[in-house]
Design a protein around this ligand. Structure first.
Ligand code: NAG
Ligand code: NAG
Ligand code: NAG
Ligand code: NAG
Ligand code: NAG
Ligand code: NAG
Ligand code: NAG
Length: 507
């Protein structure tokens, strides 16, 4: 009797323990993950139509660029037809400057009437990063053992053209000469002209410029050049996407919001109390504390001031760098592009993960001889994701686009999206709000009504940040996403592109 009572007590105890400790075997874990993952699949509105789109290029030169989609090293599936190689930036006989491109026609669901252009930033960082790790038809992202098909490939929307630009970036050829953003735009449009001679079936398509980071500067200037020179390009520019964009001075996009950012993610940074107190005191002294409370109002009360009336910020107020250094003391794997990273640092086949280099296995993917051969890339170039050469030999002479062309290119476009990941520390969303509220387009300054919390609803998922539209500009903030939105939040990025291109009415 005593024994069996004890046995009973033990089994009840074990039962409670099992429940309380939430012991979960691998199968249970996988089943619940799989259930959750269903919410993240592509929406059912994207039904499969026929097979791959039949794009045929009649210029015999196009065949020089054809890529065998079953012969991409390490890729064990067919990526479909694509075309890649080098083309010059002008028709001059002696032209030595060439840009490297990789073009993909639309996949089964994609539109034949559109063409997306994608560029990464830097300056000097390769758009092949975007292709392989963000929005291309196959992905080899951080920590992946091998390439996989990308369900959220932008080829499911339309054609996409990745270009390594400006001259000096990636496989591109020739000596960099760009003095400013207008030179970059003129050279790229020169390249587009050469491209459309070979791939002339793409002439007249609806054209969408997209890019991230420093491309937040490139893209508005490229759009401006195209709108100002309508005869130079036989494409119908409709609008653009810029994500985690460089639009203004660092004091606006890094310093003003830095300490607020730390407080938003206090448990992630895990700073000690004395350092937090120091940051708060400095934040106050530098005029960054309460900056948004006071100045970022909807509608704005007038032009927004620069703290200390200087584009460099007040002296001794480089709080962003203090935070950056302190973050490494607590978490040596700290990643400014996505603040949640900790050890172990994920292997990157492109050799540029996070805040510092960790190749682990070499050579990096696009520096392999077999990869170069497969995509008609020059064997002689030592490829790096971000160029060691300065693509602006004497610096970029242009002012940030918020102070120049950005308002007017928004006015000339059908739709424009500015997108920001909320877990990005290299450029901070709150600073992008400052930029928007200080900018006058289509007759008014900034947004007139507030950006509401939880206003960005991802299909099948729910609220994942904010969105707000006024006068042709839609702004998005994406929760949990770092700097590279299509890499970290591919479904959100896909939905935003559907909206930009008019494939859905609401953001
Ligand atoms: C693709 O287009 C070419 C040229 O227009 C045509 O000859 C060919 O039959 C088409 N192929 C398919 C599978 O539709
Ligand atoms: C494409 O590559 C595959 C695999 O290497 C090969 O079998 C096939 O012959 C190639 N096709 C062409 C047209 O070169
Ligand atoms: C090509 O030649 C023209 C005319 O001689 C010259 O103005 C131009 O600078 C040259 N371009 C390059 C890239 O060498
Ligand atoms: C989108 O494109 C990728 C790559 O081409 C493909 O694997 C995927 O199935 C497509 N998505 C859908 C919903 O068909
Ligand atoms: C500034 O922010 C602090 C902390 O959030 C608050 O206590 C203070 O009232 C604010 N001051 C102004 C002028 O908004
Ligand atoms: C706001 O815009 C005005 C006019 O261009 C400029 O003088 C000022 O520095 C800007 N403020 C910020 C915070 O960027
Ligand atoms: C608190 O953090 C600061 C900044 O990282 C550091 O310099 C200081 O040594 C830390 N204090 C302690 C007790 O760890």
């Amino acid at each position: 009797m005593v024994v069996s009572l004890t046995k009973l007590a033990v089994s009840v105890f074990l039962f409670l323990l099992a429940v309380n400790a939430r012991q979960m075997n691998k199968a249970h874990l996988r089943a619940r993950q799989a259930e959750a993952a269903k919410r993240w699949a592509l929406p059912p509105t994207l039904e499969k139509r026929a097979e791959l789109k039949n794009i045929t290029f009649h210029n015999p030169r196009a065949s020089e660029f054809w890529v065998n989609g079953t012969a991409i090293p390490e890729v064990d599936f067919d990526i479909g037809p694509s075309w890649s190689g080098l083309l010059p930036i002008s028709s001059a006989q002696n032209e030595t400057r060439k840009l490297f491109f990789w073009f993909f026609p639309p996949g089964p669901q994609g539109s034949l009437d559109d063409l997306i252009f994608w560029t990464n930033g830097g300056p000097g960082c390769s758009s092949l990063e975007g292709l392989l790790q963000e929005n291309g038809p196959f992905s080899w992202s951080w920590g992946q053992a091998k390439p996989t098909p990308n369900e959220f490939s932008w080829t499911n929307l339309s054609s996409i053209l990745f270009v390594e630009q400006p001259v000096g970036t990636g496989f591109s050829q020739g000596t960099p000469t760009a003095r400013d953003e207008n030179d970059v735009a003129a050279q790229l449009v020169g390249f587009f002209q050469q491209f459309l001679e070979v791939f002339s079936e793409l002439k007249g398509k609806n054209f969408w410029l997209t890019g991230e980071s420093y491309a937040g500067t490139y893209v508005p200037y490229i759009a401006n050049f195209i709108y100002e020179n309508p005869d130079q390009l036989d494409l119908n520019l409709k609008g653009f996407w810029i994500s985690d964009p460089s639009l203004s001075f660092d004091v606006v996009q890094e310093q003003i919001p830095a300490v607020n950012f730390v407080h938003r993610f206090e448990n992630v940074f895990s700073f000690n109390q004395s350092f937090l107190a120091h940051l708060d005191a400095q934040n106050e002294a530098c005029g960054y504390a309460n900056y948004s409370d006071i100045h970022v109002t909807f509608p704005p009360k007038g032009l927004l001031p620069l703290p200390g009336n200087s584009r460099n910020g007040p002296r001794g107020c480089d709080l962003w760098d203090e935070i950056f250094d302190a973050a490494f003391l607590v978490n040596p794997a700290f990643n400014i592009y996505r603040i949640f990273d900790t050890f172990p640092i994920l292997w990157d086949v492109l050799g540029f993960p996070g805040s510092f280099e960790q190749i682990q296995l070499s050579p990096i993917y696009f520096d392999r001889e077999d990869v170069k051969n497969a995509i008609h890339a020059p064997a002689s170039v030592k490829w790096a994701e971000c160029s060691e050469r300065n693509v602006f030999p004497r610096g970029d002479g242009s002012l940030p686009p918020a102070f120049t062309v950005l308002p007017s290119v928004i006015e000339k476009s059908e739709r424009v999206v500015i997108v920001h990941g909320l877990a990005d520390f290299i450029l901070i969303a709150e600073g992008t709000r400052v930029v928007i509220q200080n900018m006058t387009w289509n007759g008014q300054q900034g947004f007139q009504t507030p950006i509401e919390p939880d206003s960005f609803i991802v299909d099948g998922v729910g609220a994942l940040g904010t969105t707000h539209t006024e006068r042709g500009l839609t702004y998005f903030e994406v929760e949990l996403s770092g700097h590279m939105i299509p890499q970290f939040s591919p479904k959100a990025a896909f939905q935003i592109m559907q909206f930009l291109m008019g494939f859905r009415e609401n953001p």
